[in-house]
Write a protein that binds this ligand. Structure first.
Ligand SMILES: [Zn+2]
Length: 335
């Protein structure tokens, strides 16, 4: 079994043998592209999510053609706003289905990016049994294998790490293990760590864990940062270099989002901010249920931001530049 030390040493090897720093790439489900090929990007959306739990989930629970028929009009709608790429944030055991993603990409022309990692939020019900028994190194080895060899015998590789934790007084030991596994995976692959988090205290706790393993805050995305009411946390995390992801735009509160974005812009921190809708999604339990589209940023948020002095350059920063910078695959090791 690989020890933590050998993981970290393996990650350092390119420095010792003098390899040139590789240019960052974005790994779509159809292969690598350059960050500047992403175009207008939504960094946190969903096509399908199944909350049935890890013990019951299976691909037989949905009909891919039906999901495609439901999703496609919403993708065509958002393409009218110039969106070229979407990061699908549905993790393994919550409905990640790379065959479905391939179908959606082919039918729509959209560039789609999928993920590796496990989602411990919602009290661990979406974790496979081995997540409880294996070490962080063993879990990381599974995620690294997906990046190196493809997901479930396909050629599709993950373009980022998605984990999820429950924020309590302190992170539980299993959630600390997921964060550790994500940091170890980052050191080997350069994949950015997106962690479903919410409260700011839990975000800072995770930044401490990855820092102790030699991973920079720049490799970490604080997912669902809008759930934190104390706005000093956003400034603090962004000043540390972490990515602050305001990704529930579509669930209301447009003025609150606009105010927070204005605050971050005036603090000179807009270059650490990501925005998205966390919209969708097809629920296998309710095939005829509601599906939330991906347009509120364009229809609701941007008009408000423009009234508050945002210009085209700022919009471009949020939807084009920052996604490429945040998600560009490269090892971000602290010195
Ligand atoms: Zn989400």
């Amino acid at each position: 079994m690989l020890s933590r030390r050998s993981f970290i040493l393996a990650a350092l090897a390119p420095i010792f043998i003098g390899l040139k720093k590789r240019e960052a790439t974005i790994m779509t489900i159809n292969g690598p592209i350059k960050p500047n090929q992403l175009g207008t990007t939504l960094i946190h959306e969903h096509f399908l999510v199944d909350f049935i739990g890890a013990h019951k989930i299976s691909y037989a629970r949905w009909n891919r053609d039906k999901v495609l028929a439901k999703v496609l009009p919403f993708i065509n709608e958002v393409k009218q706003y110039g969106v070229k790429s979407i990061f699908d944030c549905t993790p393994n055991f919550l409905g990640r289905d790379v065959v479905l993603l391939k179908m959606i990409a082919k039918a729509s022309g959209l560039q789609i990016i999928t993920n590796t990692g496990y989602y411990g939020a919602r009290e661990n019900q979406h974790l496979p049994p081995w997540a409880f028994t294996e070490s962080a190194e063993q879990l990381a080895a599974r995620w690294i294998d997906e990046f190196k060899n493809g997901i479930e015998n396909t050629s599709v590789k993950p373009g980022f790490i998605k984990i999820g934790i429950d924020a309590g007084e302190e992170l539980s030991s299993i959630h600390k293990k997921l964060v550790t596994a994500a940091a170890l995976t980052h050191l080997q692959t350069g994949l950015t760590i997106c962690s479903h988090t919410g409260p700011g205290k839990a975000a800072l706790e995770q930044l401490e864990i990855i820092k102790a393993l030699g991973v920079k805050s720049e490799a970490f995305v604080w997912v669902h940062a809008q759930a934190e009411d104390d706005k000093t946390f956003h400034t603090r995390a962004a000043s540390m270099g972490a990515w602050v992801s305001l990704d529930g735009i579509g669930w209301g509160g447009f003025d609150d989002y606009a105010d927070l974005l204005v605050q971050l812009k005036s603090a000179g921190l807009l270059h650490r901010v990501l925005i998205s809708h966390d919209a969708g999604w097809y629920d296998p339990e309710k095939p005829d249920g509601e599906f939330v589209g991906y347009t509120n940023i364009f229809k609701e948020l941007f008009p408000r931001l423009k009234q508050k002095g945002f210009v085209e350059k700022d919009v471009d920063q949020l939807l084009v530049k920052n996604p490429g910078e945040a998600m560009g695959i490269r090892v971000r090791r602290s010195q």
